[in-house]
Design a protein around this ligand. Structure first.
Ligand code: G6P
Ligand code: ZN
Length: 583
């Protein structure tokens, strides 16, 4: 067995290592500065209790983006030096974020070991490559992101760090081959266990869904399917699950080979960035000539996000979670005993609220960030949750789950078609959504993103909107001056959340203008960008009248959009006459 020594290396702090909503995300060039990654990793070890480091089992993997392979070797050497007993690595360093969560919760090592945490190497939906983004975040033993108490501690540590520990003489481990490599250090044995990236996750999915009914749907000639991994890590799971387990044709997979730079694309599953899929589904300007598939879906770089499309039809993420919640008990065996509760993030539309009310379910509205759902799930209060930002999931793990969402939709389609698969008629994605609107009403919804805006200007805009809120009469005067056909603003506030489980309070979670007719305008600053500031504007309008639920959403929302842009003086503050992305 190769022996290694522990070196203590002097270092000096960086002042910009504050983790955001989902870990530390920076340009690769920033991460490549001397000791930059080392400082963050040591600060993380120092923020954890001794029991979570010494003798512990940790997972280290990610979406395979550029710099991951170097980072994995560095983290292995630092873990060894810090007294970690075992490191688990997905083959080639690949594990989707949901798979990491599943591995922490479910995997048992050949010696009976269980993982107590993980470094996940991803910048999620941000592009990858030498000039793009890298990221690292820490997940806890429940499989969910570290709570703020820990991330704050990590940040404090990064500001005072003086040294880190590393096993410099530990040879690089071959992470392309499955197997265990053992070493000996001052405190005894240290193992690196490289394992198949998909099998634990596949096993979990098979325990949740009825694979047989999905297989039947996929083999029906009238159902056609398409999945785009945008060259992210979802590709490693798509082939195993959709093709090998469920019998989809290999040609239904688009961009399913994981690449370090995501093929030069922006691995974010929305109508702007998932161009190829959008065209194939018959949406957008450059749509294909061929008959589009009945169902299409995409994932982001680390496969926790999803976009669901029908033939020439877009399902908003806010509708998606509402529809999954409304059908889960009937269509998905995991939920057959009933839902414990449902939850959405504040800017997500109220479509889920209506379902919760109808089905008499516990309901929660939390700030943006998946960790808030995790607390509810750990306390047994929530089964299904989702966010407008293309995140949907359940309490099977503590991350959102892109492939789970697709399997949930396939299950619902299979369920709706269970009696007529042999006939010619298919209940389509669009049928399912329209039926849902007819039952529950429709929440017209759109989001405008202003990316990479000057950070100072963004703050000023937000401060202006907060100040405006103090005088609703004045607000309504301005609103009516812009459009007399919109309803009155009944209330305006900054969203604040008291966690019902741990009592913690999160302030300044977005500015809301709530209209009398149930419409909403929400403004918030993104917590996940890596440069400048991103302003998000969420616009929503509820329509119960079934004769008015079939409109084009941008048309239906045009008056509210106009109000939002003028009320916030968007162009004046940001210099932008149009958003970067509309979803
Ligand atoms: C990540 C988080 C989500 C969050 C999303 C958008 O994906 O896991 O919980 O909704 O980012 O965050 P942002 O702050 O950029 O709007
Ligand atoms: Zn992601």
């Amino acid at each position: 067995m190769v022996m290694f020594k522990v070196a203590r290396v002097e270092t000096t702090p960086y002042n910009d290592q504050k983790p955001g909503t989902s870990g530390l995300r920076k340009k690769v060039k920033v991460f490549k500065q001397p000791n930059y990654l080392h400082n963050f990793v040591q600060s993380s070890f120092n923020a954890l209790t001794t029991a979570k480091v010494r003798g512990a089992t940790l997972v280290v993997s990610g979406d395979g983006r550029y710099f991951s392979k170097d980072a994995i070797q560095i983290i292995i050497k630092m873990a060894a030096a810090n007294g970690v007993r075992r490191i688990w690595v997905g083959q080639n360093g690949l594990l989707s974020t949901p798979a990491v969560s599943a591995v922490i919760r479910e995997r048992v090592g050949s010696d009976g070991s269980k993982a107590s945490g993980s470094f996940i190497l991803t910048a999620s939906h941000n592009p990858g490559g030498p000039n793009e983004d890298f990221g690292i975040k820490y997940n806890m033993e429940n499989g969910g992101p570290a709570p703020e108490g820990i991330t704050d501690k990590i940040f404090e540590n990064t500001k005072t760090i003086k040294e880190y520990l590393i096993a410099e003489d530990l040879p690089d481990v071959d992470i392309s081959a499955v197997g265990i490599t053992s070493f000996t250090g001052p405190e005894g044995q240290f193992d690196v266990d490289v394992f198949d990236s998909a099998s634990d996750y596949v096993k979990l999915m098979k325990s949740i869904f009825d694979f047989q009914s999905i297989q039947k749907l996929l083999s029906s000639p009238k159902f056609t399917f398409c999945y785009d991994a945008l060259h992210g890590v979802a590709g490693a799971y798509a082939k195993r699950i959709f093709v090998e387990e469920l019998g989809a044709q290999e040609s239904s997979l688009l961009n399913c080979v994981p690449k370090e730079d995501f093929g030069g694309g922006h691995p974010d599953p929305n109508l702007t960035y998932a161009k190829e899929l959008v065209a194939r589904m018959g949406l957008g300007k450059s749509s294909c000539q061929d008959e589009p598939p009945e169902f299409g879906a995409a994932a982001d770089g680390d496969a926790d996000r999803n976009m669901v499309l029908g033939k020439r039809f877009f399902v908003t993420p806010s509708d998606s979670v509402a529809i999954i919640a409304a059908n889960a008990v009937q269509a998905i065996p995991y939920f057959s005993g009933g839902l414990k509760g449902v939850a959405r993030s504040m800017p997500t539309s109220a479509a889920l609220d209506v379902v919760a009310k109808h089905l008499n379910l516990k309901f929660f509205e939390v700030p943006t960030g998946w960790k808030f759902f995790g607390n509810l799930m750990d306390a047994g209060l929530c089964s299904v949750c989702g966010e407008e930002s293309f995140g949907t999931g359940s309490d099977h793990i503590r991350e959102k789950d892109g492939i789970w969402a697709v399997l949930a939709w396939l299950s619902i389609i299979a369920y709706k078609n269970k009696d007529n698969l042999s006939s010619n008629k298919l209940v389509t994605v669009e049928d399912i959504v329209r039926q849902h609107w007819a039952t529950y009403g429709r929440h017209y919804y759109t989001r405008y993103d202003y990316e990479n805006v000057d950070a100072g200007a963004a703050k000023e805009l937000m401060a202006y909107l907060v100040k405006l809120q103090s005088d609703l009469t004045e607000v309504n005067k301005i609103v009516k001056g812009i459009r007399s056909d919109v309803s009155n603003v009944a209330n305006a506030d900054e969203f604040e959340y008291k966690d019902p489980v741990d009592g913690s309070i999160s302030k300044h979670q977005g500015i809301r203008y709530l209209f009398k007719d149930g419409s909403r305008l929400v403004f918030r600053l993104s917590g996940t960008g890596s440069e400048g500031a991103t302003i998000r504007l969420y616009i929503e309008q509820y329509e119960k009248d079934s004769s008015k639920i079939g409109r084009d959403s941008q048309d239906a929302l045009a008056p509210l959009v106009e109000v939002a842009l003028k009320l916030s003086k968007m162009e004046e503050f940001t210099g932008r006459s149009a958003p970067t992305v509309i979803t």
